[in-house]
Design a protein around this ligand. Sequence first.
Ligand SMILES: Nc1nc2c(ncn2[C@@H]2O[C@H](COP(=O)(O)OP(=O)(O)O)[C@@H](O)[C@H]2O)c(=O)[nH]1
Ligand SMILES: Nc1ncnc2c1ncn2[C@@H]1O[C@H](COP(=O)(O)OP(=O)(O)O)[C@@H](O)[C@H]1O
Length: 205
Amino acid sequence: MHKQRGLLIVLSGPSGVGKGTVRKELFQQPDTNYEYSISMTTRSPRTGEQDGIDYFFKSRQEFEKLIEEGKLLEYAEYVGNYYGTPLDYVNQTLDAGRDVFLEIEVVGAAQVREKVPDGLFIFLAPPSLSELQTRLVGRGTEEADVIADRVLKAREELEMMNLYDYVVENDEVSKACDRINAIVTAEHCRRERVEKRYLLMLEGE
Ligand SMILES: Nc1nc2c(ncn2[C@@H]2O[C@H](COP(=O)(O)OP(=O)(O)O)[C@@H](O)[C@H]2O)c(=O)[nH]1
Ligand SMILES: Nc1ncnc2c1ncn2[C@@H]1O[C@H](COP(=O)(O)OP(=O)(O)O)[C@@H](O)[C@H]1O
């Protein structure tokens, strides 16, 4: 039987909702079977961030070359910086039958939806907008004007929630992780059933 292609899992949602926190928690769990796709960005590294681990940090010129050469599955400009997903890494990992996990903002997620319609799209939602603002302020990585920009942007981002397969509330990190794992497991079961049914139909011909 042919090897099934891996599942492309896209986690998106507004800045500050906890995407990074939830993703890190998921990848600390010993039984997590997804491969995390490290993004490219032109943003400067924050204290403690490492090139090739948190992001591949690129100059604007380098990033624009990657765009020109078609090396990105998707990219978006977000609050003044480029962010993008490396195409070859994603394709090679999926072709090897392994699931790939993207943690990206909503404009990029919409591009992935166009290119990979059979991906699994999960929107991480905050309990409320005021809680989102509290989290951004609490993180303390941005100046007040950047936080204001991000909260404004979050309002637009929340409108895109209905384009996703699932909405997961990030009330508590561990609960959000459990919900994501349950969704992925259910999606694998669904795909296996479809595949089996398809093969049975072929055998019957
Ligand atoms: N489109 C796209 N967005 C990305 C990518 N990598 C990260 N992002 C998103 O870019 C936004 C800003 O990321 P970052 O500067 O690390 O800030 P933070 O997520 O608020 O900590 C977040 O919404 C990320 O999820 C990517 O490869 N493509
Ligand atoms: N479920 C949660 N409850 C309370 N605080 C949270 C939760 N998830 C994340 N946070 C906090 O919110 C802030 C933003 O989280 P982060 O993962 O950086 O968001 P994002 O990657 O979506 O921008 C961080 O300070 C983080 O510790």
